[in-house]
Structure formats: structure tokens, C-alpha cells
Ligand binder design. Structure first.
Ligand code: F6R
Length: 364
């Protein structure tokens, strides 16, 4: 079943261009470059507030989506990890849409949060990879990811497919609310359908990432930095590394470094910086300089332009294709997945079945 791949995780990372294209097929119409969601039988334009609840990697997809819902549709978004959500007595007003993101559709905390929102009058949407799951059955709107079965315990292809669905939903909501005109919708769709090719271009750098994995494998701690919609990718990179290589890793918003974590920096701590060139690039580079000035060992993940500007002095660089900011979070998922994967292979851990973890967490 693994074909030519050594692990399911590796196979699933490589499936991403195909499965993201498959997912997009159900959410965009190429012919007229429009967003095309499943039949929605409630009034989307009446949505006043969005609550997003999920766990782990699915939660990070939700963090990226918050940027999209707020920038495209100008609808305020609250986001929580499911285990915290119910117990903080969230204020759930009428006219709210609650979105639950889950690969398995069975995660106990997320399911309990869904039921809580339902009891409190929210319209329920679920982004799930298992269409027969409990979360799918209890939703008003099911938005399936078409990633196919994910076997590796560490989530990879489900994440990029979740992002594809959420981007389409955000654009659709923006159109429904009159915040996005036809030309802007077409532009979003054009960028989304560039994602599979861009994911392939990212995968082309697998050998470079494998070659640098031995630099990271001996580390005890690793930091990941990102800004804006790439901040959740820093969190995701750190989670992947922790899960399968057992190296302590933390993701931080680049600008937050100087408020504490910079105290950890020395020659022993690799710092992985995710920074596509664009409006936030210069700011991230200055955070990177603060790290380097303290002896930090920086790995810069950026496009050719970003690497030309700031790649000198890094212990390694990983080149990504030059992509529109909308699809950058999908594309930058690839190098952080591959880095965790190759570091785990160097360390000889059980990549597909990491210790203490289960694929589906059905207890609270
Ligand atoms: C990370 C990972 C977990 C899951 C989390 C939620 O690689 O696999 O953090 O993302 O347990 O699972 P689902 O998406 O099934 O609700």
C-alpha cells in the first residue's frame, strides 16, 4: 500500500498536489472561475460572527482561515482549541456560524464543542475528511476534504485540503456578504487552482531538505518563526517535529521573539524562519537578524527573491516557489512536513506510529 514510499507519511506528503486538486474540484468551477460550494440551506449573508473550534493540526488550519474570513468577508472570528472552548462559557450570539475542523470527524473534544454550539443556536459547519463521521452527521453543512484515507498518525494531506476548503468558504462568504466582487472572486479562484502546481514545485526541494536534516537532528530544541498567515505554519512545523522526532520545538510569531524566547537563543538552537517575500518580509528579516546577532543558527524558508535578500549567513535555506500570499500557507506546509519527516528518519523513530499518539483521539 505504501508503493514506492518508505512510510505512509511520506506517501501522504507526496499525494498533496493530487488531493488538493481533487478537493478544489468540488469547491471551485474552473470554467467561469467561481467558487462553488455544496448546497447551503441557510442564509450565508446573515452570518454575523464565526466560531472556529478544532484540535492540533486542524486547529492550525483554523488559525489560517481566521485571516481569510476576516480579510475577505470582514466577519469577526473567534477561534479556540476544543478542550478549552466549552469550559470558558463562550458567548454565542444568534446569527453565528460555528465551524469544526477535523480529519477524523471523531475527536471527542471537538465533537463535544459542536454539540455545545448546536444547543446554543449556532449554525454548524464541519470540515471533515471522513464523510460518515459523527461530526459530519451532526452538521447543517458538511464540507468534505477529499484527501483520501490518512494513515500516518501525523496529519499532512488532510491539513492542506482543509486549507483549500476554508479558503473557498471564506471567498464564498465574502461574495454572499457583498465584500468581494466578481473580479476578485475570479482572482481568488485563479490563485487557488495554482496550488497543486506550487505544491509540486515545493516537493521538488525534497532532496535539499533531506540533506539538511542531519543539521537539525542533534538539536534538543528548535524554534519556528512566522508572521501573519504563516504564523500558524510555524506552530504546525513545531508540532510535526515534536510528534515524530521527539525534539522539543516551539512555534512563535516572529515579532514575539524579543518578548521572551530570544533568551533561549544560542549556537545550539536552530531557528526555522518561514518568510515568503511580501509586505511582512522585512519585518521578519529584522527578527531573524536579532536571532543571528545572538549566535542563532537560522534556516530560512523563502522564495528566490527572499533568499537572495536575506539568505546569506543562514546555516541552510530552502527555496519555495514564488506564490500569491493566499496559497503560501499550503505551499509552506510542505517544507515543514518534509523537514520533520527527514529529521525523524535520521533519528530512526517510528514515523507512522509515534509513541504515545493515536490517530483519532476519542477520549476527552
Ligand atoms: C497532528 C495530529 C493531531 C490532530 C488532532 C486533531 O499531526 O495529527 O494534532 O491534528 O488530534 O485530529 P482531527 O483532525 O482528526 O480532529
Amino acid at each position: 500500500e505504501k508503493g514506492n514510499y518508505r512510510h505512509f507519511m511520506q506517501k501522504e506528503i507526496y499525494e498533496q498536489p493530487t488531493v488538493v486538486a481533487q478537493t478544489l474540484n468540488s469547491y471551485v468551477r474552473q470554467a467561469d472561475e467561481s467558487v462553488a460550494l455544496p448546497q447551503i440551506d441557510f442564509d450565508l449573508s446573515a452570518i454575523k460572527r464565526i466560531t472556529i473550534v478544532a484540535c492540533g493540526t486542524s486547529f492550525y488550519a483554523g488559525m489560517v482561515a481566521k485571516y481569510w474570513f476576516e480579510t475577505f468577508a470582514r466577519v469577526p472570528v473567534d477561534i479556540d482549541v476544543a478542550s478549552e472552548f466549552r469550559y470558558r462559557e463562550p458567548v454565542l450570539e444568534e446569527g453565528g456560524l460555528a465551524i469544526f475542523i477535523s480529519q477524523s470527524g471523531e475527536t471527542a473534544d471537538t465533537l463535544a464543542a459542536l454539540r455545545h454550539c448546536k444547543e446554543n443556536g449556532q449554525t454548524i459547519a464541519t470540515v471533515v475528511n471522513v464523510p460518515t463521521s459523527s461530526m459530519a452527521r451532526e452538521a447543517d453543512l458538511i464540507l468534505p476534504t477529499h484527501a483520501g484515507p490518512e494513515i500516518g498518525v501525523a496529519s499532512t494531506k488532510a491539513f492542506t485540503c482543509q486549507l483549500a476548503v476554508l479558503a473557498a468558504l471564506a471567498a464564498h462568504l465574502a461574495v454572499a456578504k457583498g465584500k468581494m466582487n466578481r473580479a476578485e472572486e475570479q482572482e481568488v479562484v485563479r490563485h487557488l487552482i495554482e496550488a497543486p502546481a506550487a505544491l509540486n514545485a515545493a516537493l521538488d526541494h525534497d532532496d535539499d531538505i533531506a540533506a539538511m536534516a542531519p543539521l537539525i537532528a542533534p538539536a534538543r530544541d528548535v524554534l519556528y518563526l512566522g508572521r501573519g498567515p504563516d504564523y500558524p505554519l510555524a506552530l504546525e512545523g513545531a508540532l510535526k517535529l515534536k510528534e515524530i522526532s521527539y525534539i522539543h520545538a516551539e512555534g512563535y510569531a516572529s515579532g514575539e521573539m524579543k518578548h521572551g524566547p530570544i533568551a533561549l537563543i544560542d549556537e545550539e538552537v536552530p531557528v526555522i524562519v518561514l518568510a515568503p517575500s511580501g509586505p511582512l518580509f522585512e519585518k521578519t528579516v529584522s527578527n531573524m537578524e536579532e536571532v543571528r546577532a545572538r549566535g542563532g543558527q537560522v534556516v530560512l524558508i523563502s522564495d528566490a527573491k527572499g533568499l537572495a535578500e536575506a539568505g546569506d549567513g543562514c546555516i541552510a535555506t530552502i527555496e519555495m516557489p514564488d506564490v500569491h500570499p493566499l496559497i503560501a500557507p499550503l505551499v509552506y506546509a510542505v517544507p515543514v512536513q518534509l523537514l520533520a519527516y527527514h529529521v525523524a528518519v535520521v533519528k530512526g523513530t517510528d514515523v507512522d506510529q509515534p509513541r504515545n499518539l493515536a490517530k483519532s483521539v476519542t477520549v476527552e
